[in-house]
Design a protein around this ligand. Structure first.
Ligand code: SF4
Ligand code: SF4
Length: 375
């Protein structure tokens, strides 16, 4: 639909008082917005997006190429919205700006090609992830005999680290004799096209996703990616019990897993979980509940900082993505813990990719399932 004067966010476009809290914390110690971290421009902040949307409504935005670039040079991470003291819902505005870019035909080519792949139902299995992918397939039960369906999502097999974590989860399920189903034609849950502003495609994918799950016997669906989980939580057409894999993990362990070590560890909260799925306190309490010492980075929980792999920015501008990842790695390293735990396939791939050859190379970055099953 694009920017619309009758949308619920339209009134708030004009209430922003430029207090800057969406990109710099009150005490000035933290930069909240990944876009501002790299570009240092108001146009790349949450408040800047509100002004950009005003410009669209008032027909002042004519430079289409710059418009298309700026609206995707953003991690779609929601840190701005979480920080805004006026409670302005900024993410719907960013989404509408991206819809506007789609309508104007000024979407960056990399975004276009990802959307094309989604619409063709292309499978995203990276070469380095293929071995783990095949092993996971071989561990699954026939769908008619399964208790749960595991929905892996497009990021699970986009890199080796996430694929190895996925394999560990699948092995755990099989070791515990849980009959779980692997969907050969999993498709897209709709999260990615929605974040990219392709609203019609997102609508179709959400419908397809719900119809596919509803046609299967298992009453429960376990999501391995917080992005897909957040999407499914708000997809009212899904008539199944929707679970995040970490909650399921704790159910399997009866709340008492055996951690790899007692810490100290640092925990990276994925934006898609704390803000997308509104699990505001994150999952570090699961670690603390079994006696692991967690050293929290400065930006944590609801105010966590993006790993650099967010929807949009992570794709269209590599230097931007890299700068955000390095900023996050610095912050995680500053806790003094040499092990970083997270619970998101996109985060584990992104953080691991940039630790090579730098002073972070001794840092162990692992998924919570790896930590709870021996490291
Ligand atoms: S924090 Fe909210 S009110 Fe302040 S500049 Fe950002 S969007 Fe505007
Ligand atoms: S969504 Fe994230 S990157 Fe985009 S403007 Fe808000 S805080 Fe900045």
């Amino acid at each position: 639909m694009g920017i619309d004067r009758s949308a619920s966010y339209a009134f708030y476009l004009y209430t922003c008082n430029r207090c800057a809290t969406c990109f710099i914390s009150f005490n000035g110690e933290n930069i909240n917005c990944p876009g501002y971290t790299y570009f240092g421009l108001f146009s790349h902040t949450g408040g800047g997006k509100l002004y950009l949307a005003q410009g669209v409504l008032d027909k002042r935005i004519k430079e289409d190429t710059a418009f298309g670039r700026i609206v995707y040079e953003c991690m779609f991470c929601g840190a701005c919205e979480a920080a805004c003291p006026s409670g302005i819902e900024i993410i719907p505005v960013i989404k509408a700006l991206r819809e506007e870019a789609v309508e104007r035909g000024v979407v960056p080519s990399k975004v276009e090609s990802v959307l094309r792949k989604v619409s063709e139902n292309g499978k995203n299995v990276a070469r380095q992830a293929m071995l783990a992918y095949r092993q996971i397939q071989s561990l699954a039960s026939p769908v008619d005999e399964a208790e749960v369906v595991v929905f892996w999502g497009c990021s699970a097999f986009s890199g080796e680290r996430s694929a190895l974590a996925a394999l560990r989860f699948a092995q755990l399920l099989s070791d515990r004799r849980i009959r779980w189903a692997f969907l050969e034609k999993e498709g897209c849950c709709g999260a990615l096209p929605e974040a990219m502003g392709a609203s019609q495609l997102a609508h179709e994918k959400k419908e397809e996703h719900a119809n596919l799950l509803n046609s299967l016997n298992p009453p429960r669906v376990v999501y391995f990616s917080p992005e897909c989980y957040a999407q499914a939580l708000f997809n009212q057409k899904i008539e199944k019990d929707v679970l995040f894999y970490v909650d399921y993990l704790m159910e399997i362990f009866d709340g008492n897993p055996l951690p790899g070590h007692k810490g100290p560890v640092s925990y990276h909260d994925p934006c898609a979980l704390t803000r997308g799925a509104e699990v505001e306190e994150g999952l570090s309490s699961y670690l603390e509940s079994v006696g692991v010492e967690v050293k929290h980075p400065q930006r944590t929980g609801k105010h966590t900082f993006c790993c650099g792999g967010g929807f949009g920015g992570g794709l269209v501008n590599r230097n931007f993505a890299r700068a955000v990842t390095l900023a996050r790695l610095e912050e995680l390293a500053a806790t003094g813990a040499d092990t970083v735990i997270t619970a998101c396939p996109r985060c584990i791939n992104t953080l691991s990719r940039h630790q090579k050859g730098r002073r972070f190379r001794d840092m162990k970055i692992m998924d919570i399932v790896e930590f709870f099953t021996g490291g």
